[in-house]
Each structure stands twice: as structure tokens, then as C-alpha cells.
Design a protein around this ligand. Structure first.
Ligand code: PMP
Length: 392
């Protein structure tokens, strides 16, 4: 029956972890996956959830209501007009990926006009698959300039202006994955204007709120600015990284609508989409997240921890750059500290990345992306030496 099923390629990132595990070196470094583990608040919140001895009944189709309202408040902010006016349709999702997937399905079914969505070049490797599996045509806009290892701002705005009127555009809200290159607030303003001029529809992917600057409000700048400017975007949120809830799969998909009445219609259709996909989402992780968001003491502790994570990452970037400069590298490493979030785009090519793994036991993806979360004050010196040896 399945003789016609071809062997698919292995997942690029999971393959790195396997190679890392096989390496016998005692000094090996894994900078492949983006995972940060240094959280203390989560076990406290989880204890609270367990102690409450809650039932294991089904949640509704759109999930744990307390979670949805808390997630919306975190993303849109207490001053958000659409939030206060009750015109944001919200559903809990299977983490950020599930939010993007429901979003893709919703846009495919209801977005008026052409069904193409534009994603940045490059983008998170899963975006293309998620949207094309949702039935959308996936196109790209310029984003990264490999000469400056920074944002190709002019190219990006030019491409936005060239898109057919009323196109869908995916924007990374903060801490762009894989490049770590984010627009400045001023650049976001111009991007918002260009999107508005084209009558395009923005879809924000916010998988790292708090992780970029350490401040959850600051990281929501782009989303909130677009809304102030009159856009009505949709949004995918993930609590995998900022709460360390990776395997619990806690996320949310929301749509800003024009009125409470429109919201009710959108809500009803999101439910109709979710029901045959997975019926309703798991409750445990959402309860942990809503406890963290709603309990004032736990919330304060969590915000402190998010800031601690972001600050540690910013510190490791500075240390890596400093070490490379001390070694006498003739290249500029300013991009390492200009970039933001969990990932740094080193500018190393595939050949140099292979050398890093084979000769120095440093594992990361071939596109030159390293997970800064995997750098420590203990291994940064060795990492800098390895990069210096392969690149100079
Ligand atoms: N979007 C981006 C840009 C990401 O980097 C990630 C995580 N790697 C996700 C979405 C979704 O992750 P998850 O499904 O684990 O929340």
C-alpha cells in the first residue's frame, strides 16, 4: 500500500542534536536548538495548579477562558482599544505552531481576495510548511542583508510596496528567527505605513515576547503600533520560550476585528475550524500560564525571570564579541550585539559551520545561526576561539 511513499528528509535542527549526542568530546557545545532552561517561577505556579486539585474535564473548543483573557492582555496591553471594546477573537492553541496553523486555515477559508501570504527571507523554517499545508500560496519578501548581517530595510519596504494590493504579510513581532535582526521602532513605523498603503493584511508571529528586550511591553511595540495605526492584524502567540513551557504546548491565536458583532462571527468560525482538527486544547499548561499571568506575585517574579533570561543573552552576545576581538579577529562582530533574542546570525557559511562541528565540536545549523541560550561564561572563550579558527 505504501510503496509509493518516498522517504522524507530528516528535520535539520533535530539532526544537529543527534550529531551532538554522538560526539564524545567533553567540551562539545550545542547551539542548535532554541531552548532556555533556567526558570524557577514555573514550578511554583504548577504546584498551585496541582494543589487546587482541578478536574480533567474538557476545556471548551477555544480553551481555558482565564488563559485566553490573560494572554490577550499580555500581548495587546491594558490600553488596547480593541481589547477594551471586546473585539478581539481569541482561541487557545497548540503552542505557536498551532496558532499559525489555525490562522493559516482561517485565512485560507475567509480572507477576501488572493490567498498568498508573504514571509520574510529567511524565516523560521516551519512557516512555509505551515502556511502551504493550510492551503495558502507562500511568497517571500526581502528581509536580511547578508552583506551587513542586518536588516535589508529598503528591500523590505520596496517588496511590501510591490505586493498586489490586499496581500497577507507575516511579520515576526520581535526577536526574528533565525536572524535575530529586528527593525527599529522608527523602521516599524515606516513598515506599518507601507503595509497600510498597500492595503495589506498583517499576521504577527510573536513567539518570543519578553525574550528580546526583557520587557514584555517593549517587545509588543510593533503589534501595538500597527493597531494604533488602524490595522486589524491577527496574532500567533507562544508561551514555549518565555515561560519554558515547551512541551506543554501553550499558545493562542487571535484576530482583531472591527466590532464585537464581527468578533462573535469570527469566533464561531474559528470554533468550526478547531473542532474537526483537535476538538479542544489541553488544559494543564494553559492553567500554569494563566496562574503565572494572573497571580500578582508570580507575575512579578516571572517578569523578573524573563528579564534575567534576556539580560543573560545580551551579556553572552557582548562576551562573545569581546572574546573574538581579543583574539584579534579582523572582522566586525557588531552584528552579534546589534541582533536580539535567542538566536544570533554569525555570518558564517555552511562550510565554516561544518568545520565548527567537525573540528571544534560546536554544533549549530548550517545557515550560521547559533542559539545564544546555549552560550555560558564557561564555554564562550572556547566558542570564540573555534569561530576565530574557522573564520579568522
Ligand atoms: N514562530 C517562531 C518564529 C518560532 O521561532 C517558533 C519556535 N521555534 C514558533 C513560532 C513556534 O514554536 P512553538 O510551537 O513551540 O510555540
Amino acid at each position: 500500500t505504501w510503496s509509493g511513499v518516498p522517504q522524507g528528509p530528516p528535520d535539520a535542527i533535530l539532526g544537529i542534536t543527534e550529531a551532538f549526542k554522538k560526539d564524545p568530546s567533553g567540551e562539545k557545545i550545542n547551539l542548535g536548538v532554541g531552548a532556555y532552561r533556567d526558570d524557577k517561577g514555573k514550578p511554583t505556579a504548577e504546584q498551585q495548579v496541582v494543589q487546587q486539585n482541578m478536574d480533567k474535564e474538557y476545556a471548551g473548543i477555544t480553551g481555558v477562558p482565564d488563559f485566553g483573557s490573560a494572554a490577550a492582555l499580555l500581548a495587546y496591553g491594558p490600553d488596547s482599544a480593541p481589547l477594551k471594546e471586546g473585539r478581539i477573537a481569541m482561541t487557545q492553541s497548540i503552542s505557536g505552531t498551532g496558532a499559525l496553523r489555525i490562522g493559516g486555515a482561517f485565512l485560507h477559508r475567509f480572507f477576501p481576495g488572493a490567498k498568498a501570504i508573504y514571509i520574510p527571507t529567511p524565516s523560521w523554517a516551519n512557516h512555509k510548511a505551515v502556511f502551504s499545508d493550510s492551503g495558502l500560496e507562500v511568497k517571500q519578501y526581502r528581509y536580511y542583508n547578508k552583506d551587513t548581517i542586518g536588516l535589508d530595510f529598503d528591500g523590505m519596504v520596496e517588496d511590501i510596496k510591490k505586493m498586489p494590493k490586499g496581500s497577507m504579510i507575516l511579520l515576526h513581532a520581535c526577536a526574528h528567527n533565525p536572524t535575530g535582526v529586528d527593525p527599529t521602532e522608527q523602521q516599524w513605523r515606516s513598515i506599518s505605513d507601507a503595509v497600510k498603503e498597500g492595503g495589506h493584511y498583517p499576521f504577527f508571529d510573536m513567539a518570543y515576547q519578553g525574550f528580546a528586550s526583557g520587557d514584555t511591553d517593549k517587545d509588543a511595540f510593533a503589534l501595538r503600533h500597527f493597531i494604533k495605526e488602524g490595522h486589524q492584524p491577527c496574532l500567533a502567540q507562544s508561551f514555549a520560550k518565555n515561560m519554558g513551557l515547551y512541551g506543554e504546548r501553550v499558545g493562542a491565536f487571535s484576530v482583531v476585528t472591527a466590532s464585537p458583532e464581527e468578533k462573535a462571527r469570527v469566533d464561531s468560525q474559528v470554533k468550526i475550524l478547531v473542532r474537526p482538527l483537535y476538538s479542544n486544547p489541553p488544559v494543564h499548561g494553559a492553567r500554569i500560564a494563566s496562574t503565572i499571568l494572573k497571580d500578582p506575585a508570580l507575575n512579578k517574579q516571572w517578569l523578573g525571570e524573563v528579564k534575567g533570561m534576556a539580560d543573560r543573552i545580551i551579556e553572552m552576545r557582548a562576551l562573545l564579541k569581546e572574546n573574538l576581538e581579543k583574539l584579534g579577529s579582523k572582522h566586525s562582530w557588531n552584528h552579534i550585539t546589534d541582533q536580539i533574542g535567542m538566536f544570533a546570525y554569525t555570518g558564517l557559511n555552511a562550510e565554516q559551520m561544518t568545520k565548527l562541528a567537525e573540528e571544534h565540536s560546536v554544533y549549530a545549523t548550517k545557515d550560521g545561526r547559533i542559539s545564544v541560550a546555549g552560550i555560558t561564561s564557561q564555554n564562550v572563550g572556547r566558542l570564540a576561539e573555534a569561530i576565530y579558527k574557522v573564520k579568522g
